[in-house]
Design a protein around this ligand. Structure first.
Ligand code: PGA
Length: 253
């Protein structure tokens, strides 16, 4: 079973209403490039407005709070982002794990809250440079997967995993295609261990300095089902360059 490649833009803390023209242009591109599933995760403040521009692309949040509501000043719940028009949320991005001290257990709580609110999920994992140099990359990613992913075979279809080596995010450096493939195979085996047969269908995205000029190579690595894109998702021109690379992949990939 091969799903369409999934290319997701993570706008991080970028974007005011002036960027809605980019969102519109990305959505128009998605309408032409139907071989690819396209989505954007803008900041909370733009979810509603980006949803209005989106005829075809998915719209998601970058994070949610685990509670349904309550006294959590400055936080936003899964039900709120769903109400604003999101159909998925990212959880466990390394910037949240680092900036907000989010543990695997915390990411799991968020993931469960998102599913309960009817959102699909992109769960991020990835090792630091220090961990890779120490030969611990696979062990770290295994721990993140077992600690952050909600279990239950029936959930597998709602879940996407993004492998984002921390040292490749926003740095212009990427792992070799062989390293990407090796980690993605490792993640696949772990997903099958967690979800059984359904784990074979979970998409695994690569993220970290994906650009139009390296996308084809990274996307063709074994078990790579798409990309989570930060910096290069901020303009329609560069983001659609990546979507086009995904659309041009050989069919049997
Ligand atoms: P980058 O970010 O593409 O700017 O490296 C990727 C991400 O953090 O999702």
């Amino acid at each position: 079973m091969s799903k369409r490649p999934y290319i997701v833009g993570n706008w991080k803390m970028h974007g005011t209403r002036a960027m809605l023209a980019e969102a519109r242009a990305i959505d128009r591109g998605a309408e032409r490039l139907t071989k690819v599933e396209v989505a954007i995760a803008p900041p909370f403040t733009l979810i509603h407005a980006v949803r209005k521009e989106a005829e075809l692309m998915g719209v998601g949040a970058q994070d949610v709070h685990p509670a349904e509501g309550g006294a959590h000043t400055g936080d936003v719940s899964a039900a709120m982002v769903k109400d604003a028009g999101a159909d998925f949320t990212i959880v466990g991005h390394s910037e949240r794990r680092a900036d907000h001290g989010e543990s695997n257990a915390r990411v799991l709580e968020k993931a469960k809250a998102a599913l309960a609110a009817g959102l699909n999920l992109i769960v991020c994992v990835g090792e630091t440079e220090e961990e890779r140099d120490a030969g611990k990359a696979e062990a770290v990613v295994s721990r993140q997967l077992s600690g952050s992913l909600p279990t239950g075979e029936e959930l597998a279809e709602k879940i996407t995993v993004a492998y984002e080596p921390v040292w490749a995010i926003g740095t212009g450096r990427t792992p070799t295609v062989d390293d990407v493939a090796a980690m993605h195979r490792h993640i696949r085996a772990k997903l099958v261990a967690i979800y059984g047969e359904a784990g074979a269908g979970v998409r695994i995205l690569y993220g970290g300095s994906v650009k139009p000029d390296n996308a084809a190579e990274l996307l063709s690595a074994d078990e790579v089902g798409g990309a989570l894109v930060g910096g290069a998702s901020l303009t329609a021109e560069s983001f659609l360059g990546i979507v086009i690379a995904a659309a041009d992949l050989p069919r049997d990939h």
